[in-house]
Design a protein around this ligand. Structure first.
Ligand code: NDP
Length: 444
């Protein structure tokens, strides 16, 4: 079955899952040439097997709110592929969560994890429960109820979830406590854990830092770095916060960030003190980014994204499909030279085309944001050997992983005119490793 037939089959079998189709189409369109060099793949129906998740768990989660009402949400875990290691991928708690979004994320995760050089398969999960506006007691009761179902499907050598949108240190703690209670085991079953109970140094920072390490590698190919560059960041959660921190440290200036209600524009730049304010606002008080504009007297734009502002580098760090074709054209018109994705699939296919036609540096999330899962992998290793590495050790390993992902992208993505197509590079490199492992393991 060729790539087009596989895609048509998926669309027929799984209608109403547009994000899943979008992610599959993007990968298939870039690996076809490589795939065609291997007739043995076709014989083993490898593409179709790689596109359809190994299994999908779907369950109802009941929990009690602070008023004593019983509330119901949906819970999911997609175990996509474990050819190269145990299933691994985050949990997302957000009202927009559905099967299509989680299937796209689990599919992407498989290639991303393959790129990290660590032995991890691909998975994703979550719920349409949103922690926003809920008390900590409500969040805890929800996490406990969610884990009451999930625990039987996961395990340190089977499937190791982590955080994602709406699932940070607080949620991981509640989920971990429940798993421990149910199994009577203290094991490395989740990553992103607190340092006191098996977490890794640098895990909270890893996705944002890793994105900037990747960006620095890209900039190096153009003989430049971050000094004096103006950056547009979206989001103000975990990934955005540590992206901003690393940009400041390396001499760049971040003038925007956002949440789902709107964005702020601070022409003086977000400095260390302002970033501390954002961290406290978002992680402690769980407030809105509008309050930053009130605090520092800068512009706040309700219901919009920051891509119309002027900058040298765009670092989308909020959610999928947050840069459309018009945004991409605006960014190019404003002179953007690089886009490096902290979020998963933040650019639509049309936007990616605009970036690539303009021949700017463009790194897809599965390469640029792989630092998060990489340090999750390092957390698993530390749990297995029952040791904790220092901050410097983990940071050094993260840097070296991001460098090797960049090298793989250049190796597989350099085109005849010298332009590096990072999308092709990441997809082909990620695909080949998983494909070879699947072939070696037979047609199961
Ligand atoms: P957080 O929940 O910490 O932060 C998410 C941020 O994005 C918040 O500012 C949130 O605003 C905003 N946001 C969420 N949904 C939307 C939306 N539909 N429209 C506009 N803004 C939105 O999540 P993370 O920072 O962990 O994740 C951000 C992105 O990075 C996601 O795409 C995630 O998959 C990806 N990622 C995360 C990794 C990690 O290690 N955490 C690893 C690799 C990728 P609000 O507060 O209003 O909800």
């Amino acid at each position: 079955m060729n790539a087009q037939q596989v895609l048509e089959n998926l669309q027929r079998r799984f209608p109403n899952e547009p994000e899943y189709h979008q992610a599959v189409e993007e990968v298939l369109s870039t690996i076809e040439e490589e795939y065609n060099k291997h007739p043995e793949f076709e014989k083993a129906n490898l593409i179709e097997r790689l596109c359809i998740p190994d299994r999908v768990y779907q369950f109802r989660v009941n929990w009690m709110d602070d008023k004593g009402n019983i509330r119901t949400n949906m819970g999911y875990r997609i175990q996509h592929n474990n050819a190269i290691g145990p299933y691994k991928g985050g949990l997302r708690f957000h009202s927009s969560v559905n099967l299509s979004i989680l299937k796209f994320l689990a599919f992407e995760q498989t290639f991303k994890n393959s790129l990290t050089t660590l032995p991890m398969g691909g998975a994703k999960g979550g719920s349409d429960f949103s922690p926003r506006g809920k008390s900590s007691a409500e969040v805890m009761r929800f996490c406990q109820a969610f884990m009451l179902e999930l625990w039987r499907h996961i395990g340190p050598d089977r499937d190791v979830p982590a955080g994602d949108i709406g699932v940070g240190g607080r949620e991981i703690g509640y989920l971990y406590g429940t798993y421990k209670k149910l199994t009577h085991e203290f094991s490395g079953i989740l990553t992103g854990k607190g340092l006191e109970y098996g977490g890794s140094l640098i895990r909270p920072e890893a996705t944002g830092y890793g994105n900037i390490y990747f960006l620095m590698e890209m900039l190096k190919t153009k003989g430049t770095d971050l000094k004096g560059k103006t950056c547009l960041v979206s989001g103000s959660g975990n990934v955005a916060q540590y992206t901003i921190e690393k940009v400041i440290e390396l001499g760049g200036k971040v003038v925007t960030c956002s949440d789902s209600d709107g964005y702020i524009y601070d022409p003086d730049g977000i400095d260390r003190a302002k970033l501390d304010y954002i961290m406290e606002l978002k992680n402690l008080y769980r407030g809105r980014i509008r309050e930053y504009a009130e605090q520092y007297g800068c512009k706040y734009v309700e219901g919009a994204r920051p891509w119309g502002e002027k900058g040298d580098i765009a670092l989308p760090s909020a959610t999928q499909n947050e840069i459309n074709e018009a945004d991409a054209k605006q960014l190019i018109a404003n002179g953007v030279m690089a886009v490096s994705e902290g979020a998963n699939m933040p650019s639509t296919p049309e936007a990616i085309q605009v970036f690539q036609q303009a021949k700017i540096l463009y790194a897809p999330g599965k390469a640029a944001n792989a630092g998060g899962v990489s340090v999750s992998g390092l957390e698993m290793t530390q749990n297995s050997i029952r040791l904790s590495w220092t901050m410097a050790e983990v940071d050094e390993k993260l840097k070296s992983i991001m460098k090797s992902i960049h090298e793989a992208c250049v190796k597989y993505g350099t085109e005849s005119d010298g332009y590096v197509n990072y999308v092709r590079g990441a997809n082909v490199a990620g695909f080949m490793k998983v494909a070879k492992a699947m072939m070696a393991q037979g047609t199961i």
